[in-house]
Design a protein around this ligand. Sequence first.
Ligand code: A3D
Length: 314
Amino acid sequence: MPVCRRKVTVIGAGNVGSTAAQRIAEAGVADVYLIDVVEGLPQGKALDLAEAAPLQHHDQYIIGTNDYADTTESDIIVVTAGLARQPGMSRDDLLLKNAGIVRSVVQQAVHYSPGAILIVVTNPLDAMVHAALEASGFPRERVIGMAGVLDGARFRTFIAQDLGVSASDVSAFVLGGHGDTMVPVPRYSTVAGIPLPELMKPERIEELVQRTRVGGAEIVSMLQTGSAFYAPASSVFHMVDSILNDRKRVLACAVLLRGEYGIDGLVVGVPLVLGASGVERIIEVALTEEEKTALMTSAGSVRGLIETMHVASA
Ligand code: A3D
């Protein structure tokens, strides 16, 4: 029998990267290679995580390294390298610094894993997916941004807390860029199949939509140093798990659109089927005029970031 161990490389051994590594390895989904520019950091975190294996009852390898050669033939590369937001700093402030980091780490990683699927986490998310597409030369099916899963999870949490029901019975639909212009769609959000507008007053729904839009900033303002990482790492885990186990889960992810939702050449969050080959299908649903306008506004803000990024790198 051939040995068939699946391999996930996580670039950036910071809060999101190391927590994602923990979730992936401890669920027994894949071996994890943690890589960072800081020497010792990925090695120390990987050793600590590996020493938890006998207690967590898994047998995945968790390796820390500063050398991309060790990441050869990864099935998935998760990009979390970059700077995180500090209080008062927008995701867009991070744009140019993180674009340089993402381009550089993606080029190095795909050299050793030309068949991998890239999951981008670094902010500003949608622009960083563009940077990763350009740096890798990969088709859009293999360059996917994590954002909608997290934004949806936040919306689900707020709905569940408000209604006093289990969050696992709540399903939420969030479109658009990962920023303050994201478009949570209450009509397509349900509690055990019951449309949300049947259960909650419009004003209350709007409050929760607004809280979701600024969900990241709410946590940044409390933490003071750094940004959210537990729920972001869980979101990465669900994407990795759906791909490696070919679950074909329908998840909202950021992907390059080619005419879907009337958007061409921009990375925007939409519901899609995530399986062994990456993005297997984009799901298009009918939107009201108001929702379409909100989505176009959100896509417009992504376009602005891409233009800034391209002007700066020209
Ligand atoms: P942090 O804990 O600072 O970790 C980032 C890591 O990247 C650090 O260990 C750095 O040493 C490392 N790094 C920096 N430059 C390089 C490089 N060139 N090569 C390799 N490693 C490098 O941050 P974090 O883990 O909290 O967040 C990581 C990124 O994810 C940030 O850009 C966040 O804004 C972003 N993020 C996005 C979401 C989304 O929902 C899209 C959620 C949470 C965090």
